[in-house]
Design a protein around this ligand. Sequence first.
Ligand SMILES: Cc1ncc(COP(=O)(O)O)c(C=O)c1O
Length: 394
Amino acid sequence: MAHNFDEIIDRRGTYSIKYDEAEKRGKPQDALPLWVADMDFRTPECVTDALIEKARHGIFGYTDTDSDYAASVTGWFVRRHGWRAEENWLVKTPGVVPALHMAVKAFTELGDAVIIQQPVYYPFVEAVSLTGRKLVVNELVETDGYYTIDFDDFERKIVENDVKLFILCSPHNPVGRVWRREELERLAEICLRHGVIVVSDEIHADFVYPDVGHRHIMFASLSDEVRGITVTCTAPSKTFNLAGLLISNLFIADEKLRRAFIAEYERCGFSQLAVMGMVACKAAYDGGEPWLAELLTYLEGNMNYLDEAVKSRLPGVKFRKPEGTYLAWLDMRGLGIDARKLDDFVLDSAKLWLDEGRIFGAGGKGFERVNVACPRSVLAEAASRLERAIAAIG
Ligand SMILES: Cc1ncc(COP(=O)(O)O)c(C=O)c1O
């Protein structure tokens, strides 16, 4: 491998929320942080080179992008996901989460119902509740660690609540599913039948493991009709570890939807984005593919390592390797620890700072989410800590 993913890079003292905010967030200082979804790996050199060049130029005035930026972004989705978006569908935002909030406000009224599929990335709930909309939940169905969709429940809840908007997570954080075409098509049919707009959060699109046997399908690629009701949210931030640069790229093909979204964006007072995010995004999409190929291999190795550790030395814990994302969803229900006490066990006994499953919704109780985008030795340390804490339960 050209890139050394085993290197331990000290992130303390860099304003990292993962490494520098334990005290502020009420966590023990010595807990190993494997929670928030950023990586402990350096971004590819092509990105740092572009940022250094821009920094050396030394002028950071108001900046916006041109067709060459759009070509880099759309080119990525053609090459990686077989989907051709048009340049004028592109709307840049300073992150996907702000875009979710703006989309909810742009496409629905106060009190309107928005549906999500829990357990899911917790800011989805906030995008609905903090904007004064009604939260409707279609619970995913878990069987042996594999999650599927209850389509009847999805449709019934849409009809009963007159749902206006669906926030899809694809691939799905935290359960690691890479939805199959048939599943996405069924969701799309239901949404089309009932006039539901789909905000499709595809930020994890680039993380699909080779042994899964199927690819990530862009929701908007299903058909022209589906594209017309879809807001596709993408970003280079997960793929290339750029979350702190606040850059994401939305594609909104339908002109009415796009205008409504842009109007909301403008109501927030936004115009241009921060220059470094755009520079990094373009450089990553232009030159980051070889690095990503190595990263995926390394992450797969980490998932295999964790799988082996769970099977051989973590009794009471279950793990099904995800189809996508760098997030492992550990089922700890077998430890016999009350769901409310599980957090204390993980933090205080195992000295691990993970994301508690319950924050992803009711179905997450008894689970913990582990971010495996770290050097393997760190993951090994985490597994050993958990092993010792489990042994101490007696
Ligand atoms: C599904 C999903 N959407 C959005 C985000 C964050 O997006 P951003 O940092 O661009 O706001 C994450 C981060 O973990 C995520 O998992």
